[in-house]
Design a protein around this ligand. Structure first.
Ligand SMILES: Nc1nc2c(ncn2[C@@H]2O[C@H](COP(=O)(O)OP(=O)(O)OP(=O)(O)O)[C@@H](O)[C@H]2O)c(=O)[nH]1
Ligand SMILES: [Mg+2]
Length: 391
């Protein structure tokens, strides 16, 4: 089944999962020595209930957070999530995706088409060199291209493929396999905390705004980018547009303190999903990473198990640079997913393959434009078809 918003959010609660795990453990053999150190469910629960200390963070003065929280405004003309999903699907997401990938398809797929049209013989080394060249020039990158071409060549040889059409189908299935990953977004917690990270200008704030339109239940934003001028206002505008309350402090405030306030507010208000924005740039990269680390620690201490998702926006137009950034953020921030943005602005959509193959974090969402409906759950097969399919 193609990935859509309807099967994108995982909503089963901790309780439901625990119940299914209990059933599973009942059939397990008696515990062995290695497992005897594992705490019992009661011990885990007791540990969870211990008061959590947050030393670095000053508590917000009474009323301070409330003041910062505007009442969700009525959003006229804005359809609810269900209607929005229906509109996006009925308008044909695949068409929009193909449209978004036009530049990529026109450049490298055009070249690939020409090469494949001439394909006759699997043992034609020149043909494979040409394919390699095309893939590398569209940012698939050297290691990923080598892997893909080796696999393709091997299977084409085994199956004695002689037609360009069969070869294209093979390319689509190999690319699909490479792009596939656990795509679902875990929104089963109360509140679920999603931390948005990434280099400046890659689309963090915009994606928070867009994503909130599709999320089930109630949402809240936290303006954790306290560094860039106008970053707080930008998120507040999204808050107004989407009817979402925004927790913010003044510019220059401690980002971890904002996250702390926001978790308190989300708990108090019974919010389903809290989306935390972060800075993409600080004075130095070391500062940025230290800040992200502190934000994460404060979140974890306040809400064990959170953040439940750490999503990184990667700007597809930055190509191999984006790939390097993703590897770095994975080390520091422990990513759970990548959101590949601005695919409409590049002729090098092949970067998706490099990211999927080399970073080891699934691409969960893609964006092919600035509008809300340009954001969509990532579907490996659909993407490979849109990229390699006939022009
Ligand atoms: N064409 C196109 N533009 C996009 C897409 N996603 C985001 N943008 C634009 O990219 C610009 C930067 O987006 P932001 O959301 O402000 O990026 P950011 O990561 O929050 O940037 P900083 O706050 O500076 O760290 C905005 O003008 C967005 O509208 C996309 O998929 N396609
Ligand atoms: Mg931003």
């Amino acid at each position: 089944m193609a990935r859509s918003w309807r099967n994108f959010f995982r909503r089963d609660t901790d309780e439901e999962r625990e119940r299914s795990q209990t059933v599973a453990t009942e059939v397990l053999p008696e515990s062995t020595d290695e497992t005897s150190d594992v705490p019992t469910a009661e011990e885990v629960q007791a540990a969870r209930e211990e008061p959590v200390e947050v030393e670095e963070i000053e508590e917000a003065a009474p009323g301070e957070v409330e003041e910062a929280l505007p009442e969700p405004s009525e959003i006229e003309d804005a359809p609810d999530a269900e209607t929005l999903v229906e509109e996006q699907e009925s308008a044909g997401w695949f068409g929009r995706l193909r449209q978004g990938l036009t530049r990529s398809r026109e450049s490298f797929v055009g070249q690939l088409n020409a090469a494949v049209a001439e394909f006759r013989d699997v043992e034609d080394e020149e043909f494979w060199e040409k394919v390699e060249e095309i893939l590398i020039s569209s940012d698939v990158g050297v290691p990923t291209t080598a892997k893909l071409v080796t696999e393709l060549e091997q299977e084409a040889l085994e199956r004695n493929i002689t037609s360009g059409e069969e070869l294209r189908e093979l390319m689509i299935s190999h690319a699909t396999r490479m792009l596939e990953g656990p795509v679902e977004l875990d929104v089963s917690h109360q509140p679920t905390v999603i931390l948005m990270v990434g280099v400046n200008g890659t689309g963090k704030t915009t994606t928070i705004g867009k994503l909130s339109r599709f999320l089930p239940g109630t949402t809240m934003f936290a303006a954790g980018d306290t560094f860039r001028a106008a970053a707080i206002e930008q998120l507040q505008q999204w808050g107004e547009r989407t009817g979402t309350p925004v927790v913010a402090r003044e510019r220059g405030a401690d980002a971890a303190a904002v996250a702390h306030d926001a978790i308190q507010a989300a708990r108090r208000e019974g919010t389903d999903v809290l989306l935390i924005d972060t800075a993409g740039r600080l004075h130095t990269k070391v500062n940025l990473m230290a800040e992200l680390d502190k934000v994460q620690r404060v979140i974890q201490r306040q809400l064990p198990g959170a953040p439940h998702e750490v999503l990184m926006t990667v700007d597809a137009t930055t190509g191999q640079n984006g790939l390097r950034q993703a590897k770095m953020f994975k080390e520091v921030a422990g990513l759970t997913g990548i959101i590949l943005t601005k695919l409409d602005g590049t002729a090098k959509g092949g970067i998706a393959l490099a990211i999927a193959n080399e970073v080891g974090v699934p691409i969960k969402l893609i964006s092919v434009g600035e509008k809300v409906e340009d954001l969509h759950p990532f579907d490996a097969r659909q993407f490979a078809e849109a990229l390699f399919g006939d022009l």
